[in-house]
Ligand binder design. Structure first.
Ligand code: AMP
Ligand code: GLY
Length: 433
């Protein structure tokens, strides 16, 4: 019998809750602790309240608690080198080292890498001076083009990308990032890129530095309101598999994007070990990379992981040890749907602090899971404490049934100021899956 491991999972969202629920089931897990976790996660595992951007504090905690394996999920600690610091302290960790995490932490690094290795992506220019960016933009629109995308180079809490449909919008986005420093140092350098159109697909993959095993494809719903209106959010719902991502397209992506990316990161930085997330757009000219993330997506993790067969901990350890095998990560047939309940007003200002009821009753159903995000415990009850509060995920033989079950379950969860998009999966169903 292999040694059982004491695990810590870094993060506080629904994504971490989904990972923790899977890891808890593992025969190889002695215990799971969340750092810092949230009020809902605390019903499942102990939580340690530590600032996850304080790398020395996290490392010290893991040493003191004799943690054997740390799953580092959010982008900030990865970009700050948490995996490197844990390694230096003799603790194994799931996630890329700092130099490989630049794939997400620097859009300029990612774009230059794609250009050098001929990985299909939007045409782009990079700028360090706002005057140069403004000049380029004026010429761009004067040549008759109708849209472009301005991206802050660094991490910006998911807010660093602006789609600009006019010169005025582009000028405002450039000034906000570079002159007004809206994203701090993250916007000192920017990428301006061509505007692409087509269905979007999220493909998360397990990667051990050499071998890459894609998970089931997902379709995120990023906009706050129905019909893909309203501001971008962290994600209001998700379905898997994504019907636009056919086996033929998957084969093209493997050859032209996934394998070349893994090889390029190994050459330019370090072997990528962890979850590599490809944000793709299926354009008329073929699939192109919109963004890389160095971590599981949220709510993609809550959608794909319930369909995962096999032991998540064994797969993660294989990624860390360079022993990943293509057969390890299999996904159930059928489909999954994840619907997010947010606080009305999110992603702008919203009221919170409302009692949440109904979670336990919903969890009693075999094919439904509830994952908590902006949730805390107060006087023995769960109360809302964030923008995205929780999500419900359902697995079923078809997408239609998965959506039906997720929405039915969501009706039984109650808290004041609850807001749910009503059209998750509608586009996918219309596409005929
Ligand atoms: P990101 O923060 O990189 O995930 O970008 C947020 C969203 O902006 C993406 O999910 C896309 O919908 C959109 N986006 C980013 N880059 C482009 C592009 N070059 N063309 C069209 N849409 C884009
Ligand atoms: N759902 C998008 C992300 O996690 O970045």
């Amino acid at each position: 019998m292999e040694k059982q491991l004491k695990i810590a999972v870094i993060g506080a969202g629904g994504r971490e809750h989904a990972i923790i629920r899977k890891l808890k089931d593992s025969p190889r897990a002695a215990s799971v602790t969340a750092i810092p976790g949230n009020g809902g996660i605390a019903q499942d595992v102990p939580c340690a309240a530590i600032d996850i951007t304080d790398i020395p504090a996290v490392v010290q905690y893991c040493k003191d608690a004799k943690i054997d394996y740390v799953v580092v999920t959010p982008d900030d600690p990865l970009a700050l080198g948490m995996v490197d610091a844990l390694k230096a302290a003799g603790i194994r960790a799931f996630g890329p080292v700092k130099s490989a995490a630049r794939l997400e932490a620097s859009k300029i690094f990612a774009k230059n890498l794609m250009q050098k290795y001929n990985i299909p992506t939007a045409d782009y220019h990079t700028f360090t001076e706002s005057q140069d960016a403004l000049c380029y933009t004026r010429e761009y629109f004067a040549s008759g083009k109708e849209a472009l995308v301005v991206k802050a180079d660094g991490l910006a809490l998911g807010k660093g990308v602006t789609i600009c449909l006019s010169l005025q919008e582009a000028e405002a986005a450039i000034r906000a990032a570079m002159d007004e420093k809206l994203f701090g140092t993250s916007g000192e350098r920017i990428v301006i890129e061509e505007y692409l159109t087509g269905p979007e697909v999220s493909v998360l993959s397990f990667c051990d530095g050499n071998t890459i095993v894609p998970m089931i494809s997902c379709m995120d719903h990023k906009r706050a309101r129905d019909n893909d209106e309203g501001p971008n959010t962290g994600g209001m719902g998700c379905i898997a598999p994504n019907p636009f991502y056919t086996p033929e397209i998957a084969e093209i992506c493997m050859k032209t994007i996934f394998i070349p990316t893994v090889e390029a990161v190994r050459k330019e930085a370090a072997p990528f070990k962890g979850c590599l997330y490809f944000g793709l757009m299926l354009t008329a000219a073929g699939p192109k990379v919109i963004e890389y993330n160095c971590r599981f997506g949220d709510p993609e993790a809550q959608t794909a992981l319930p369909l995962l067969e096999g032991d998540l901990l064994s797969i993660m350890l294989a990624c860390t040890d360079g022993a990943l095998d293509e057969g390890m990560a299999r996904f159930k047939g059928g489909a999954a749907a994840c619907v997010v309940a947010a606080s009305e007003g999110y992603p702008a200002s919203y009221k919170k602090g409302f009692r949440i009821d109904g979670i336990d009753a919903v969890r009693a159903a075999q094919n439904v899971e509830v994952y908590c995000a902006g949730v805390k415990q107060e006087g023995g009850a769960l109360v809302s404490s964030g923008g995205r509060v929780l999500c419900v995920s359902a697995c079923a033989p078809s997408l239609e049934l998965a959506l039906r079950d997720a929405y039915r379950a969501m009706e039984n969860i109650h808290f004041e100021n609850k807001y749910v998009r009503s059209d998750i999966g509608k586009r996918a169903l219309a596409a005929g899956c």
